[in-house]
Write a protein that binds this ligand. Structure first.
Ligand code: NAG
Ligand code: NAG
Ligand code: NAG
Ligand code: NAG
Length: 960
């Protein structure tokens, strides 16, 4: 690569102010000059009049001269514009002088810029971007050299060396939407939203950020080095936000544990503010009768606040202009200064970068109107699910087109996100609008925000733009585009060496540096093959449309068959073709004679030409709310089946709803089978689960329900602590009582029992104690899981004592635990008790007290999947929010990538399929009725794998 040596660090400029906005700035300056002139004239006249009368009365001013002078000094801060600092940096101001120089040797570097000389147009189209082999030298917190084979003899003696062994090196990840440190880990406290008023521009997130929250560490372990720490979105104006780096205290190379020490820019060049439109504020304040009750009221709240701030700014400007003219010593009053309007005033002065939570077309357009009415710039709309539908509206925003800070595929969780597209990023990018990817931690775990970018790439956003979406793009939007987000001379040395391409499945940092300081002392590294970067696959940019057909279809280019019905977990080099008709596979293999017959027929069949095709069984979503909840939010209960009753049981089969977007999304991602139970939300279910086909029209369709009774579910997470069972202990006791009752019932002859008993809980409990029906319990805590292990043993002894002479004395309960965040702590005991675990979520991040000891993964910890596999526990994977069911195959991919060869390809797929069937005793033939195969282009366990065909219900769904 080209040799780069630092010969003068860059100036600190505002990288995101687009040049087309200059004309208005000039116009504004002219208008302003004119206004100041008018004010001066007016003040002079007033001054003459006052002076005459003063001379007459000769009063003595009671104002403090000192304070007047201070006020006057404030005038220059008020008018300053934080665009350029103009400083050449000899060192990074965040640098701690004990941090040694660093040489990263033999890295594959993503600089974040296209090759020199690439035109903007070519760069947008993806040309000129590359991973390049290089060394990187870092000193005084800055990047000093990026070149191959840096001569060590020329470096300072105390230089530390890190051998990247050819692995990928990127700039630290920048997540521009995080609430880290504000909500206590394990959900034990929350300082995210200041809800004393709908308009709180005056509060500051930094005042509540706890630098000791464990999440600071595990978020950083995902390569995130910098975040915009925002107040919440409960009110229309949430308050000031701060850009902080994730280095805290001596173990992170800092001298102290301090909020201030985390500031990414110690000069505090820019300020930031969070605003929010739409659903949240009206629900928070409307519900308690204060208003706003509607979007109409919200617009008023915004405009009214800006009106106050505008008056405030005007009064200050008038005062400063007058002081300029008459001399501050002659001013009759102090400068108006109020904390209440100071920060919003600074917004109008262009000193604050506004970031607004805004989803819908109506909200976006209203907010764009506010920017024009009050002349302030919004830098990014966050969540922004409908921005892809209204790019022209965004372009009308005052001061420059805002970016969209998005999730890749987290949607349908509230009404505002029910209109959304996985392709939003790609569509916006095509309209010249910058997409960035954010976590909204703890909504998503910021640790994995790079995975959002990976999914955006999978969904059509060009590779370089996806990676920019978590590095240089957010850096620029924060006004730090000349300091972070790229590997470039003179930039802050925030660096990540990855164990695989950051946009691949399961990518994990090996080491992270912030301002040149190493962040992980004894980092855990999983053995992974040293693979080259993901080749940007431009095929992904093509949108695929679903079409359902009955005709015969020929898929060519099937290179991997992992389907029990055809060949077991091995590459079948012979299988190059799959022929399907009416949704059924009729031939897999060379199929020479079949093809001959087909091609010679009068209507030759449609042929889908694949590269690297895979044939697999369909996937299963177990224990999600699929089919029972369409919009997860609790304020949309009409879209839910509803919670299970307090006593007795209900049957999920009676509450299923088909035809929604959630099922369609799951289906389109290969999840054609779901097992859902009446749910309290998340993994906490109670009642009888149903096994169904996600592609069905309704439950009456042939095979729509392939098992009306899969298992009996109870919650034993924190959700169990309510109503009749206020504690974990009472919930376990109640379950124990029910099971013992059932054991007692076994003795009675139930031949003549009334038929209505068939829908009684006791009927199914009896099946459980006869070992005929699985018992599914949601639980995360290792201690609750230990109680479940004891319970199993206890009930099995009770059965044995009852039936010691009969043949059923060896009856074993079939218990499946869903959740399992802390299951790794009792892995051996779970295996000995033959209890299966479905991890949901697979990658826990201490979302609740009972999950706090979950493993967050390398470089901090091992992963649960490996610990459980080593102990011999039968495991599966599920998710705790409905929308995530579409990502099941990627989760299996992560487990596979992390498995260090514990899992074969087929075994990894079984985590979201075969294993679930096995632990629930579901017969294989049940799945041959429908949706029994999926054809992918590219490996389904890798980021580029996409569904191209699904068979079932006499039809084939094609994506072409
Ligand atoms: C590092 O900084 C500390 C405090 O700022 C200072 O006392 C010390 O002399 C410095 N050390 C070096 C090697 O510059
Ligand atoms: C860089 O690392 C790769 C992979 O470990 C290795 O094959 C190569 O020889 C290394 N190159 C240098 C210059 O050390
Ligand atoms: C519900 O359960 C109670 C006991 O808890 C029982 O008396 C009642 O018959 C049950 N009702 C139905 C409809 O199953
Ligand atoms: C473990 O449980 C499964 C059913 O859940 C059963 O098929 C298997 O035989 C059991 N294994 C042992 C060793 O008991």
């Amino acid at each position: 690569m080209e040799k780069h040596v630092l010969d003068g660090p860059p100036t600190y400029t505002d990288a995101t102010t687009p040049s087309p906005s200059r004309p208005w700035q000039n116009r504004r300056r002219k208008r302003r000059t004119f206004r100041i002139f008018a004010v001066v004239l007016l003040t002079y006249l007033m001054y003459c009049t006052l002076k005459i009368s003063n001379n007459a009365a000769n009063p003595v001013s009671t104002l403090s001269m000192e304070r007047l002078k201070e006020d006057y000094a404030t005038c220059s801060t008020l008018s300053s514009k934080p665009t350029e600092s103009g400083q050449q940096r000899s060192h990074n101001k965040r640098w701690v002088n004990t941090t040694r120089p660093l040489l990263i040797h033999n890295a594959t570097v993503w600089t974040g810029e296209p090759a020199a000389g690439t035109s903007e147009e070519d760069a947008r189209a993806g040309k000129g971007w590359a991973w390049v082999s290089s060394d990187v030298f870092v000193d005084r917190g800055l990047i000093w050299s990026i070149e191959s084979a840096i001569d060590k003899s020329l470096l300072p003696d105390n230089t530390e060396e890190f051998d990247a062994k050819g692995r990928q090196l990127t700039a630290g990840i920048v997540d521009m939407h995080s609430h880290a440190g504000l909500g206590a880990v394990a959900n034990l406290g929350d300082d995210t939203n200041e809800l004393s008023s709908d308009i709180t521009p005056y509060i500051r997130s930094i005042d509540g950020i706890d630098p000791l929250q464990p999440e600071i560490e595990f978020i950083k372990s995902g390569g995130v080095t910098t975040s915009l720490f925002l107040p919440g979105s409960g009110n229309n104006m949430g308050g000031e936000a701060f850009v902080l780096k994730f280095a805290v205290g001596p173990k992170s190379g800092r001298t102290e544990i301090s909020q201030q020490d985390m500031l990414a820019d110690p000069d505090k060049t820019w300020r930031y503010m969070k605003m929010a439109c739409g659903e949240n504020a009206k629900h928070v304040f409307g519900r308690v009768g204060r208003g706003p009750f509607s979007r109409l009221g919200e617009a008023w709240q915004f405009r009214h606040a800006f009106e106050q701030a505008r008056k405030y700014v005007q009064e200050q400007d008038d005062w400063c202009a007058a002081a300029d003219t008459v001399g501050v010593e002659n001013m009759a009053a102090y400068l108006r200064q109020e904390l209440e309007w100071e920060s919003l005033g600074a917004v109008l002065r262009g000193q604050v970068r506004v970031n607004t939570h805004c989803y819908t077309a109506a909200d976006l357009e209203a907010f764009v109107r506010h920017t024009n009415e009050f002349k302030f710039r919004v830098y990014a709309f966050h969540h922004a699910h409908q921005t892809y539908l209204v790019p022209e509206v965004l372009k009308r925003a005052w001061g420059g087109t805002p970016a969209a800070a998005l999730f890749a595929d987290n949607m349908y969780y509230k009404v505002e996100s029910y209109t959304a597209s996985e392709r939003a990023g790609a569509i916006l990018y095509a309209h010249n609008i910058t997409p960035t990817y954010v976590s909204d931690n703890p909504v998503l775990n910021s640790q994995h925000v790079v995975f959002e970018a990976a999914k955006a790439y999978r969904n059509g956003l060009p590779y370089h733009a996806a990676l920019a979406g978590v590095t240089s793009a957010p850096a620029g939007l924060l006004g730090l585009g000349e300091r972070i987000g790229k590997i470039k001379l003179g930039f802050d040395a925030d660096l990540v060496v990855w164990d695989s391409d950051p946009l691949s499945v399961g990518a994990t940092p090996v080491q992270v540096w912030i301002d040149g300081a190493k962040q992980f002392e004894d980092s855990i590294e999983l053995k992974k093959p040293n693979l080259p970067p993901v080749f940007p696959n431009q095929e992904l940019e093509k949108d695929l449309e679903r079409e359902d057909v009955e005709d015969t279809i020929v898929f060519t280019g099937i290179s991997h068959v992992h389907h029990n019905a055809f060949s077991k977990d091995k590459n079948d080099a012979q299988a190059t073709v799959a022929i399907v008709s009416h949704g059924k596979l009729s031939c897999v293999g060379p199929c020479t004679s079949e093809l001959e017959t087909l091609t010679s027929s009068s209507i030759p069949p449609k042929t889908i030409v694949l590269r690297n095709g895979y044939l697999t069984p369909p996937l299963t979503a177990f224990g999600t709310a699929l089919g029972l909840q369409e919009i997860d939010n609790t304020i949309t209960p009409d879209t839910h089946d509803g919670p299970p009753p307090e006593s007795n049981i209900s049957f999920a089969s009676d509450g299923l709803s088909f035809g929604g977007k959630q099922l369609a999304a799951a289906y389109a991602h290969g999840v054609t089978r779901a097992i859902s139970a009446p749910t309290h939300g998340g993994i906490d279910s109670q009642g009888i689960s149903v096994g169904f086909y996600t592609g069905a029209k309704n439950r009456l369709e042939n095979g729509a329900i392939w098992s009306p009774v899969v298992a009996l579910h109870y919650p034993l997470t924190l959700a169990a602590k309510k109503g009749k069972t206020p504690s974990t202990s009472s919930a376990v006791t109640e379950l124990k009582t029910k099971l013992l009752d059932a054991v007692d019932e076994l003795a009675k002859d139930d031949v003549m029992a009334p038929r209505k008993d068939w829908i009684q809980e006791s009927h199914y409990l009896k099946k459980i104690v006869q070992g005929e029906l699985p018992l599914v319990l949601s639980a995360h805590s290792a201690d609750t899981i230990a109680s479940i292990i004891k319970l199993k043993d206890y009930i099995e002894s009770a059965i044995a004592s009852y039936t010691s002479t009969s043949t059923t004395s060896n009856t074993k309960l079939q218990i499946v635990i869903i959740g399992g965040a802390e299951a790794h702590l009792v892995a051996t005991e779970l295996a000995a008790a033959n209890i299966s675990v479905v991890l949901a979520p697979m990658l826990p991040h201490a979302q609740s007290w009972d999950q706090r000891r979950g493993l967050t993964g390398p470089p901090l910890t091992n992963v649960s999947t490996n610990v459980l596999l080593d102990a011999g526990v039968r495991i599966g994977i599920s998710v705790d929010e409905t929308w995530e069911s579409r990502d099941l195959v990627l989760l299996a991919g992560i487990a596979y990538a992390n498995s260090e060869e514990r899992l074969s390809f087929g075994e990894a797929l079984n985590l979201v399929g075969g294993n679930i069937d096995e632990m629930l005793g579901i017969e294989k033939q049940e799945m041959t009725i429908r949706g029994e195969w999926v054809i992918w282009e590219g490996s389904p366990l890798e980021i580029c794998g996409r569904v191209r065909g699904i068979g079932g219900a006499e039809k084939t769904s094609l994506w072409t």
